[in-house]
Design a protein around this ligand. Sequence first.
Ligand SMILES: [Zn+2]
Length: 137
Amino acid sequence: MYCISCGAEIPDDSGFCLKCGASQTEPLTPVYAAQPVVQAPVSPTNVLVWGIVGLACACTFFGSFLGIIFSAIGMKKHRAYLNSGAAYSTKVKVGGILSKVGLGVGIALTVLCVLYFIFIIAMIVFIGREVDWSYIF
Ligand SMILES: [Zn+2]
C-alpha cells in the first residue's frame, strides 16, 4: 500500500507511514460537532442604545419626529437580532420595548407638534390680519 499523505510505499496494514509518520486510518468523525456560534448582526448594546436614544428623542416635543426615526431603527435592529437566532439578551429585550414605546410616544408628540405649529401659524395669520401692516411696509 501507499501512504495516503506522502505516497511512499509502506507495508500493508500499516497504521502509520514509516516515512512521514502520517496516520493511515480515516480521521475519526467527532460525535459532537462543534456548535456554530450564532453571530448576531448587531450587538445587544447597540439595540439598547437605539431604544434609549429613540425614546429620549421622542420625549422631546420638537424633536419627537427624530424619535420616530430612531425608534424605527431600534425596532429594525431588535428584529434583526431576534431573527439571527442569537442568544437571549435582556439588553435586546429592553431595547425592543423602549423602541416600541419610543415609536408610540414619537408619533403622538409629533402629531401634537404639528398641531402646535399649525396653531402658531394660524395665530400669526389671524393676528397679522388685525395688524395694520401699513405701519411697517
Ligand atoms: Zn507518508
